[in-house]
Ligand binder design. Sequence first.
Ligand code: NAI
Length: 327
Amino acid sequence: MKIAFFDTKPYDKPSFERYGRERGITFKFYETKLTEDTAALAKGCDGVCVFVNDTVNAPVIDRLLEEGVRLIALRCAGYNNVDLRYTKDKLPVFRVPAYSPYAVAEHAIAMLLTSIRRIHKAYIRTRDFNFSLNNFTGFDLHGKTVGVIGTGKIGCCFIDICKGFGMKVLAYDKYPKELPEVTYTDLDALLSQSDIISLHCPLTRETDHLIDDNAIRKMKAKAMIINTSRGALIDAEALLKAIKERRIGGACLDVYEEESEFFFEDFSGHIVADDTLARLISMPNVIVTSHQAFLTEEALDNIADTTVSNIADHLQKGTRENEVTLF
Ligand code: NAI
């Protein structure tokens, strides 16, 4: 079994090589992303293994089929970058539904604490032997209200952590469930009552720009927003405008609408052409990490294990566990 592995990073290889060896899969690692121009690299491969910013649209899918590809294995949970209407009845698409919800939930909290307790600024100050505390006043999480949008695997881990801090939890989900000490509300109530809002729902047509100018205007003036889900859940320009007009407390962003051009790559020393991203990063109350929330040893191991099983089980036994299908 031969698989073309796109958008390879050094941290991907060890676990995929190890699990691949065990199941008889050879990976051809390419640093380039999968696009219309690079799809031909999959020639002679049984499948492709792709990540969040690879393009899997109709022309790419047609090209992969021409090259003899028989499956698409996403090494992530989200699949908004795949045209599922087009793959239907042509190519099975597999994903890793859960690899470490803890990794993402813990990163969301890490960003929040970093921001509100100014840890990132204190680190730089003390390295310069500047022990002043001026402008470092934060606030307690205890007793604050957190609004969680999307109470799936990651949202629930995030809620558990928030409860540990003694926070009140409001939640909004298209499919609410019974959760102890969690009050489900409609979106407007969550937006207007929460001190901290964290996004944990998938990106769909319905949730695209869920947080737009209108939504931001409903939030408390000091509200913090955390997005570790998908960039386009937030209208980045509307967020920047709100930050500039001091209508919001701050933002912790692990994902960004137009991230595919920049995230995961080193642009230090370059002039970043995206003014919205550059301006957001320059704000004292905005923290940006580059889609890093998943990056723990445990998550990488689980991703490789499940992806390799998805590929091997399908190619050898025709099984379709973890296949992504349209509702
Ligand atoms: P999940 O499928 O377990 O939970 C998603 C929840 O969102 C479900 O409860 C669902 O009912 C809810 N939902 C669906 N449509 C909704 C809508 N229109 N409005 C409100 N709620 C809605 O997914 P999981 O594993 O918790 O992941 C959540 C998201 O986190 C993924 O879709 C992915 O985009 C993102 N993610 C980000 C990572 C990172 O490294 N930053 C890593 C892994 C996932």
